[in-house]
Design a protein around this ligand. Structure first.
Ligand code: ADP
Ligand code: MG
Length: 393
């Protein structure tokens, strides 16, 4: 789960990371008020709060010299969608801004804490060359990258942090600041079950101090149950609406670009079904795992989620029931016709627990459901129905 820059800065500040002073604003008037409340004569930096990096390049970060300029810029940004290198063509809605004091930048560094799956440890990646995205950095200046893996038994050691500082070319009191900075980030990462902490840029100011000018944090969704304070930071407005709806209903859903909607049990079978659809010449519109023991209501909700995607022209239901029951699934499919309203072809393949009852329910429903016995058959029929629909249109 991602959070906003202002939330990440708030968290990191609590752990002792130096960040510029700033306020969140939801309207142009409030943005101008925030600027005045920050004191001084400016300048201020106004930043779009969206779950994406690359905002600067996309016009979502601006240095403003007067509070009138803050207000004008805020008015031009709020309510729009910001398309960055990291978003899709729809971009992300800008509903809040962060107004902060401008920092005097002498040098920009890159700092990231990530989970290194190979060593199964948290790894620090840093570079004396900040401001650009890590992917570009790895491509354009790979030699500038320094890495260090943290041993969970002892945590981030001081000498380890100091060594990284020296490798980045820091000297004197900056190294001491860097050690404190890294240890604070590490504690935030570890204590809150983060998956990523990225400070890009970490700047050295004209006075020689270290400040986190940007902050990005991402959290392990599987650990949110024990981090209610983190879970509360979720902003569904930044999520794919289809995925947000699914998450609210406990369904594992990932939206894709094709037109064949999938309702499947088990992540493995869902992946296999998507492969089979592609093999048959079609494109899946989504990944969806309804999970085990799915009730008819849950199946109905899966239909609602899949149908919320306007590109879907056929639905493929593929169930290999172990804990699930084919009769419940069949009842759910039938209920979806009345409760959700289905006007597109539906292909159903059932096997496993209570399969005979399930098939009987489908057969006797009198609904135009296309049945299939095997996965290959189901995929073929779904693709055929999709192309027939396209031909008819
Ligand atoms: P993004 O990574 O989404 O583009 P950043 O927060 O990194 O957004 O901002 C982009 C650039 O804007 C930074 O690299 C920095 O040069 C500048 N910037 C951001 N915040 C400030 C600030 N408070 N003071 C001065 N410059 C800033
Ligand atoms: Mg940045």
């Amino acid at each position: 789960m991602d959070i906003h820059e202002h939330q990440a800065k708030d968290i990191l500040k609590g752990f002792g990371v130096p960040v510029p002073k700033g306020f969140v604003a939801y309207s142009p008037e409030q943005a101008a008020y925030c600027a005045r409340a920050l004191g001084g004569a400016g300048p201020w930096v106004v930043k779009a709060q969206v779950h994406s990096g690359g905002r600067g390049e996309a016009g979502g970060v601006k240095l403003c010299k007067t509070d009138a300029e803050v207000m004008d810029y805020a008015a031009s940004l709020l309510g729009t969608r910001l398309v960055t290198k990291q978003t899709d063509a729809q971009g992300k809605g800008v509903y809040r801004l962060y107004v902060e004091e401008a920092s005097d930048i002498a040098q920009e560094l890159y700092l990231g804490f990530v989970l290194d799956r190979k060593s199964e440890r948290i790894m620090i990646v840093a570079s004396g060359h900040g401001g650009m995205e890590i992917e570009d950095l790895a491509h354009e200046d790979p030699d500038s990258l320094v890495r260090s893996v943290i041993d969970p038994a002892v945590g981030l050691r001081e000498y380890q942090a100091r060594d990284l500082g020296f490798r980045l070319g820091l000297t004197g009191p900056q190294v001491t600041q860097f050690v404190t900075f890294l240890q604070a980030c590490y504690r935030a990462y570890r204590d809150l079950d983060a998956m990523m902490v990225e400070i890009n840029p970490l700047v050295i100011t004209g006075k020689g101090d270290l400040v986190a000018l940007d902050a990005k944090m991402s959290f392990d969704t599987n650990a949110l149950y024990r981090r209610p304070q983190v879970a509360a930071l979720r902003d569904p407005g930044q999520e794919d609406p289809r995925e947000a709806m699914a998450a609210d209903n406990g369904l594992a859903y990932v939206g894709l670009d094709g037109d064949i909607g999938c309702i499947i049990n088990g992540a493995g079978l869902a992946m296999a079904s998507m492969d089979m659809i592609q093999l048959a010449g079609g494109q899946p519109a989504n990944f969806l795992d309804i999970g085990g023991g799915a009730s008819p209501e849950r199946v109905c909700q899966a239909f609602r989620t899949v149908l919320s995607d306007r590109n879907v022209s056929v639905i493929l239901v593929n169930i290999f029931a172990g804990i699930n029951r084919c009769d419940w699934i069949a009842k759910g499919v039938i209920r979806a016709y009345t409760d959700v309203g289905i006007e597109i072809p539906v292909v159903v393949r059932l096997s496993g627990t209570n399969v005979e009852e399930g098939r009987k329910i489908i057969r006797e429903s009198g609904l135009p459901i296309i049945s299939a016995d095997t996965l290959a058959e189901a995929a073929d029929r779904a693709v055929a129905a999709a192309s027939q629909k396209i031909a008819a249109e």
